[in-house]
Ligand binder design. Structure first.
Ligand code: EPU
Length: 301
């Protein structure tokens, strides 16, 4: 979708940098996705006005975080993409609290806090993506989730059209799901973390890195796990038991390392990936009677 020159000028006046014709395949870890205009929100305080402008002009939009848990449709996208520019370093520590910008890298945040002797997030070390995405999805791994550490979130709230601060207790963090609305935009978070000596945190980080390296296809293009684990079960194990590792539709392939990771082994299209996802879901339903829920977010029509 293309923004016309008049609206682009009005957006620029609100501190928005408009990048025309950006391929989402370059901004997502699956390296799949069509083309649209990208709007970089350089002035947070102007976001409510930007959103009012997009609404009044009838311009559909989606917010892109780190792009690491996302499957985007091919071709010319029927929406523009909003994005927060990264700020360096984007985080600071005060006592047991870490104040982090939503655009900051999750892994970088874990390491930064570790260097300040703040632990508790070791399990999240290899989870790709931004802090904003981690908040929205309640990112988790190896028994750790970000939710319990959240004390405050500053965000643009779709419901009120304003920038607000929510207390941790006002937000529901469930398994890979939160009470944030689809149109909410995370801006900053205050995390409270248990003090721990750097060396101890580092040892924990090393263990998690090793586990991840031994079971996940880290050097391939993927969006992490495709399906949520059903209660008490493992999507990866079920897909593996069906002998589907290495199964492919075009260049979309079930990883031969971890069966709940679907990789783009070359130039997979969104259509290839969707076909593979639907086929695997059907096979699991047929064999186990389990209806797998997507963990990855789909941006389709
Ligand atoms: N398994 C197989 N074959 C496979 C994959 C897994 O038999 O191909 C078995 C394993 O041997 C193990 C069980 O299934 O007994 C669980 O596997 P694993 O420990 O790899 O964890 P997972 O449940 O598949 C979850 C998260 C991951 C997270 C890991 C580590 C979900 C959907 N996945 O995977 O998160 O990294 O635990 O904590 O919750 C993600 O969210 O994108 C993600 C990758």
């Amino acid at each position: 979708m293309r923004i016309n020159a008049e609206i682009a000028e009005r957006l620029k006046a609100l501190g928005v940098e408009v990048r025309a014709g950006v391929a989402l395949s370059g901004l997502t870890s699956l390296e799949i996705g069509g083309t649209t205009d990208q709007l970089l929100l350089r002035r947070c305080e102007a976001i409510p006005e930007v959103m009012r402008l997009l609404k009044s002009e009838g311009i559909p939009h989606r917010f892109l975080g780190g792009g690491s848990n996302l499957l985007v449709m091919d071709g010319e996208l029927p929406f523009v993409v909003l994005h927060l520019p990264s700020t360096q370093p984007g985080m600071r520590v005060e006592g047991n609290a870490a104040y982090v910008e939503a655009s900051a890298d999750l892994g970088g945040t874990v390491t930064f806090c570790a260097k300040h002797d703040l632990g508790g997030m070791e399990g999240l070390i290899g989870v790709p993506g931004s802090i904003g995405g981690a908040l929205r999805m309640n990112a988790g791994a190896y028994g750790t989730q970000i939710g319990p550490h959240v004390r405050e979130v500053e965000l643009y709230r779709e419901a009120t059209g304003e920038i607000e601060t929510l207390k941790g207790a006002e937000i529901r963090f469930d398994y890979r799901h939160t009470s944030f609305a689809p149109g909410d935009i995370m801006l900053r978070v205050k995390l409270e973390l248990p003090p721990k000596p750097f060396k101890e945190i580092l040892a924990g980080i090393r263990v998690c890195n090793e586990k991840r390296r031994s079971s996940q296809p880290l050097n391939q293009k993927s969006a992490g796990c495709i399906f949520k684990n059903p209660a008490g079960g493992s999507a990866g194990r079920m897909i593996d038991e069906l002998g589907l590792k290495g199964h492919r539709v075009g260049d979309a392939m079930v990883s031969d390392r971890h069966a709940n990771f679907f990789v783009n082994s070359g130039n997979a299209s969104c259509e290839d990936m969707m076909k593979l996802i639907n086929e695997v879901r059907e096979r699991v339903r047929g064999a186990f009677g389990v209806d797998l829920e997507n963990e990855v977010i789909f941006w389709q029509n």
